[in-house]
Design a protein around this ligand. Structure first.
Ligand code: FAD
Length: 570
């Protein structure tokens, strides 16, 4: 039984760049509609868009072009991107950055001549990353949140979405079931259109960067709703995660890409620079290549005191490093490292999921009424996301989703939900309240971290993936018999931790299945038993529905391998 039911025209799950842009665009396109943003944390204070450091990729300079940005994105993604999605990304990024500056009030760094400053990011042939110092996300999210607060947009904060509920004929979405985390009550929100924008987040790995509120809930809900997910094996590891010991949550947090872009060196335990041995672009190679080279060095045992490697910037001049990377210098100092004048211990860290819900360029999914945008979606980045394309992705497609939903709901009506599905979802959430001996969730979390890092991480093979699948099943079964030590529902964070782990294990199993199916190495996915990349002309993406993986051909709708949209082939 659901004690509370609410109705809204448009329901948005998540308040990152995708969710907030969708809310503003839907409200602007059709102010008469009711728009509600429901979010696990506090609006403007949670999710990863707020954590964006380096910046936003967009072709603004006269010498740059959207074609060049597109080619960098496609080549960086090892030809697995959906080209129509990538094209939309690079073309609409120009509109979104203008909107952020001129309508929403963001200040980005500028050159002395007044033009927007654009810095170097790895894997790109042009310096096109717009930024606000090295803490760009705070500027973007603060301005977006202010605009949402100022408008007639409903908010359900600390409301955790737990199930997408279809209508009684199971043909379209009817709404979403939530737990109001403050009271522990269940709330059902009926909506004509729902946007999934919960931001993915590979927090199932020992070292990871995303915020703690992200536990792949959206992807787990989409899977349970029978939606196909693509490229789930493609998990991006950022090369420079801070490594400061097991006692601090700072371990795993990211030191931004611009440090390597500006000329930072990676050194092994013997303090030797090793990247030139792995790739001609050295530290400025794409994230997948750098992370793999680092992992290979670490496996040789040539490591720093905490088992990682070093990032060194001092050869660029301590004063200049302090000037350009104030936020990063302070973050490192908090952990006892001198970024400007010394060396910082780093480790590759799970950062981003290129995979996600399959969607069309108008953000629709296979379930009528359900839209997806941002890191919950798959297909934009292919096998590897370029640094700076993440926040561009969430803002571009968030805005598209807002416009499209506003148009669609004008002809749609509220639908009656499948009551049995609501009851089943509540029964699922209530499982840990059935009583039993109280144990800690920590050993299960540690086991999940270890399985994913060691067996489904930067290097994988058939044997490790098979072992991982068996262990993930065991962890899932252990969670199913778990009993909560405390039966109160108000702000019961252990309960939410249990729900987080259930989502993470479900999505980990999908990652493992997709990684098993891709018998080649491509972008972020490296199989030591299949180290070759396979034919680019025969590129296929993985598509997983109901635990069955199929390989589907990539459509080279704009450019084929060996060709370029640029006049002279790059
Ligand atoms: C440390 C860090 C630095 C980064 N730096 C850059 C960079 O420099 N450039 C770049 O392009 N990208 C960067 N990224 C990636 C970028 O942050 C993401 O690509 C992008 O912001 C994702 O936006 P989103 O709206 O999809 O998700 P998010 O911004 O993560 O928002 C997700 C929202 O969903 C909510 N949510 C989650 N689960 C639920 C649930 N069950 N119910 C309700 N709400 C839920 C969350 O609370 C949050 O509000 C960085 C990421 C990190 C972690």
């Amino acid at each position: 039984m659901v004690p509370k039911t609410l109705d809204t025209d448009i329901l948005i799950l998540g308040s990152g760049g995708a969710g907030l842009f969708a809310a503003l665009h839907a409200n602007k396109a059709a102010p008469e509609l009711s728009v509600t943003v429901a979010v696990k944390g506090l609006l403007g204070k949670c999710g990863c868009t707020r954590m964006v450091q380096g910046g936003y990729n967009v072709a603004l300079a006269r010498e740059d072009s959207v074609e060049r940005h597109f080619m960098d994105t496609i080549q960086g993604g090892a030809w697995l991107s959906d080209q129509e999605l990538a094209w939309k990304l690079v073309t609409l990024a120009v509109e979104r950055i203008r909107e952020l500056e001129n309508e929403l009030g963001c200040f980005f760094d500028r050159n002395p001549d007044g033009t927007v400053h654009q810095k170097a990011f790895a894997g790109q042939t042009f310096d096109r990353t717009v930024h606000k110092g090295d803490l760009t996300g705070i500027e973007i999210i603060n301005r977006l949140a202010e605009q949402v607060w100022a408008r007639n947009i409903g908010r359900l904060e600390e409301h955790r979405a737990v199930e997408l509920i279809k209508d009684s004929s199971a043909k379209s979405i009817a709404g979403v079931l939530f737990i109001d985390m403050r009271t522990g009550e269940y709330v059902f929100v009926r909506a004509k259109a729902v946007l999934l924008a919960t931001g993915g987040g590979p927090t199932m790995y020992r070292y990871h960067t995303p915020s703690g509120d992200k536990s792949c809930d959206g992807l787990a809900m989409a899977m349970r709703a029978g939606l196909p997910l693509r490229d789930m094996e493609m998990v991006q590891f950022h090369p420079t995660g801070l490594l400061a010991g097991t006692h601090t949550r700072m371990t795993g947090t990211v030191l931004e890409e611009g440090l390597r872009g500006a000329g930072g060196y990676l050194l092994n335990g013997a303090k030797e620079r090793f990247m030139p041995r792995y790739d001609p672009k050295a530290e400025r190679a794409t994230r997948d290549l750098v992370s793999r080279a680092m992992f290979t060095e670490m496996r040789k045992g040539n490591v720093s005191p905490h088992g990682g490697l070093y990032l060194a910037m001092s050869h660029l001049g301590a004063h200049e490093v302090r000037r350009q990377f104030k936020g990063m210098v302070e973050r490192c100092a908090d952990c006892g490292f001198d970024l400007a004048g010394g060396m910082v211990e780093v480790v590759p860290t799970a950062h981003y999921m290129m995979g996600g819900v399959e969607f069309a360029a108008d953000c629709t999914t296979a379930l009528p009424g359900l839209y997806v945008a941002g890191e919950d979606s798959g297909g934009v980045h292919g096998a590897n996301r370029l640094g700076g394309n993440g926040v561009a992705n969430s803002t571009v497609f968030g805005a598209v989703a807002g416009d499209e939903m506003a148009a669609w709901v004008k002809t749609a009506s509220l639908r009656e939900p499948d009551r049995a599905a609501i009851d089943a979802a509540i029964a699922f959430c209530e499982r840990p309240f059935r009583g039993g001996p109280a144990v800690s969730l920590e050993p299960l979390r540690e086991r999940l971290y270890g399985v994913m890092w060691d067996k489904v991480g930067i290097l994988r093979d058939a044997a490790s993936l098979q072992q991982a699948q068996a262990e993930l099943k065991e962890i899932d079964m252990a969670l199913d018999t778990y009993a909560l030590p405390n039966a109160t529902r108000e702000f019961n964070l252990t309960w939410h931790d249990w729900l987080n782990l259930k989502s993470l294990v479900a999505v980990s199993r999908a990652i493992t299945l997709a990684a098993t199916a891709r018998r080649e190495s491509r972008g972020a996915h490296f199989r030591s038993d299949f180290p070759q990349s396979g034919s680019l002309e025969q590129s296929a993406y993985t598509s997983i529905t109901d635990s069955i993986v199929s390989m589907k051909p990539v459509s080279f709708s704009r450019v084929a391998p060996g060709q370029s949209l640029l006049r002279h082939v790059a």
